[in-house]
Design a protein around this ligand. Structure first.
Ligand SMILES: [Zn+2]
Ligand SMILES: [Zn+2]
Ligand SMILES: [Zn+2]
Length: 151
């Protein structure tokens, strides 16, 4: 059993408070703001060890940054993440699991791991965006020619 250091405790508590995926830098900033004396390297190290012991979910954003979240779901699952506001849904994809198992077996592979995360715009952000688009006159920016299929 691993010892819970004070820093690890504050990182963990910060994640408990948050509902969305956050980068180490964001968690570090939040802790600083609350007056915790924790270094960025310590935050990184604790997030990594929490994710290694499966207490925290980690995923890689499109720009390569690692994002962390304390998940309600335990065990293997996937995420549907809003790239605009960070809102996250825990999802299970039974079809994907059996597809993975089948592919692995057909190639004679064992102990196969996979990680699939879906990024998009949540319902709220989609509605917001639609409202914004509807509010602007459509005749303003039509300078861009549509891409041609030939070359
Ligand atoms: Zn999760
Ligand atoms: Zn959103
Ligand atoms: Zn899976």
């Amino acid at each position: 059993m691993q010892r819970m250091t004070r820093q690890r405790q504050s990182v963990y508590e910060e994640l408990e408070r948050l509902d969305d995926f956050r980068s180490a830098q964001q968690i570090f900033d939040d802790l600083q703001r609350q007056g915790h004396r924790v270094g960025l390297a310590t935050v990184y190290r604790n997030l990594q060890s929490l994710s290694e012991s499966d207490e925290v979910d980690v995923l890689r954003a499109a720009d390569g940054e690692c994002l962390y979240r304390l998940c309600a779901a335990h065990g293997h699952h996937h995420h549907l993440v809003c790239r605009n506001c960070g809102h996250t849904e825990e999802i299970s994809m039974a079809d994907v699991e059996s597809w993975v198992t089948e592919i692995a077996r057909s190639h004679g592979y064992t102990a196969v791991e996979h990680s699939i995360e879906l990024f998009g715009l949540c319902a709220d952000c989609t509605a917001e965006l639609a409202a914004e688009t509807a509010g602007t006159p459509p005749s303003v920016s039509t300078g861009a020619p549509s891409a041609r299929g030939e070359n």
